[in-house]
Design a protein around this ligand. Structure first.
Ligand code: GLV
Ligand code: GLV
Length: 324
């Protein structure tokens, strides 16, 4: 059995796969595996260990006649053609659960950093501009007791809601279906999207990227938000119309933003978002704690080993592939 690993992963995780399979690993940690090489290596691959930056599409499935499983070191599977995988009976493993708390932490990090001008304040000191304490210097926004609106109440959303409850926040949420558990345990209130946008001080986007969520936050949605609203996105850049976000931030339609994800990653250094003071940006590191990334990598490896042993992956993103 041959596994293609499309990025340099920790040795201990690679050993899990080496013990049962032949592995080909792209040796770069920060550069994606070139497409032509991936297509070439896929020819005799039984499994692909992938991540958010590879496109696992019809062309790739066609190039990989022996493929039995795709496993991504991520919860999001928007880079993978699930319908095509299911049609071919190929399960797609992913890593929900193990990353939820880390992503919830980073979501709160962005809320707090944007609200309290953390990055601007640090630049101010570094640039030698700090002359003394000022009564209104870097005044930001309260997080405690403010209203948070969570779009997408999955396990990450529930993690954010638990943290928000600790900050005495009023918790609104919007989801495909209501979550009675979150309502009972955390006092979260279900509401339609427009109501959530109108009432929230912090609008937090956590929905997975699907055709239904594509650019679901655009000019109309920013116009509904409060002028003091802070928009945070730790899901996928495609859920937001980025040009509309730039206009909303520039024109004072909303107060600030915290972004871990972008329409195009890496975002170009000359992107207009990066010229704004009221935005905090991070390079897609929502789940990036050492422990969480190790757990994700181990789970991604286990998902492959399960399938190659004739079992379903522990976490399968396309149940249809497993048959009735
Ligand atoms: C990262 O973005 C993930 O989907 O896990
Ligand atoms: C998003 O990925 C969620 O779990 O809500």
């Amino acid at each position: 059995m041959k596994v293609v690993i499309t990025r340099k992963i920790p040795e201990t995780i690679k050993h899990m796969l080496d013990s049962a399979c032949t592995t080909y690993m792209w040796a770069e940690e920060l550069e994606p595996m070139p497409r032509h090489l991936l297509l070439e290596q896929a020819v005799d691959a039984d499994a692909i260990f992938t991540n958010v930056s590879d496109r696992i599409d019809k062309e790739l499935f066609q190039a990989a006649p022996r493929l039995k499983v795709v496993s991504t070191m991520a919860v999001g599977v928007d880079n993978i053609d699930l319908a095509e995988a299911s049609r071919r009976g190929i399960p797609v493993g992913h890593t929900p659960g193990v990353l939820s708390e880390a992503v919830a932490d980073l979501t709160f990090t962005l809320m707090l950093a944007a609200a309290r001008k953390v990055v601007e304040g640090m630049a101010y000191i570094r640039e030698g501009r700090w002359r003394g304490w000022g009564p209104m210097l870097f005044t930001g926004r309260d997080v405690y007791r403010a209203t948070i609106g969570i779009i997408g109440m999955g396990s990450i959303g529930r993690g954010v809601a638990r943290r928000a409850a600790g900050f005495d926040m009023r918790i609104l949420y919007h989801n495909r279906k209501p979550d009675p558990e979150a309502e009972k345990q955390l006092g979260a209130e279900y509401c339609d999207l427009d109501t959530l946008l109108r009432q929230s001080d912090y609008v937090v986007m956590l929905a997975p990227a699907t055709p239904e969520t594509h650019r679901m936050i655009g000019a109309r949605q920013f116009a509904l938000m409060k002028p003091n609203a802070i928009f945070v996105n730790t899901s996928r850049g495609g859920n937001v119309d980025e040009q509309a976000l730039v206009r909303a931030l520039k024109g004072g339609t909303i107060w600030g933003a915290g972004l871990d994800v972008f329409e195009q990653e890496p975002i170009r250094p000359d992107h207009p978002l990066l010229a704004l003071d009221n935005v905090v940006t991070l390079p897609h590191i929502g789940s990036a704690t050492l422990d969480t990334r190790m757990n994700m990598a181990a789970l991604a490896a286990q998902n492959i080993l399960h399938v190659l042993n004739g079992e379903p992956p522990a976490h399968c993103a396309n149940r249809a592939a497993l048959g009735p």
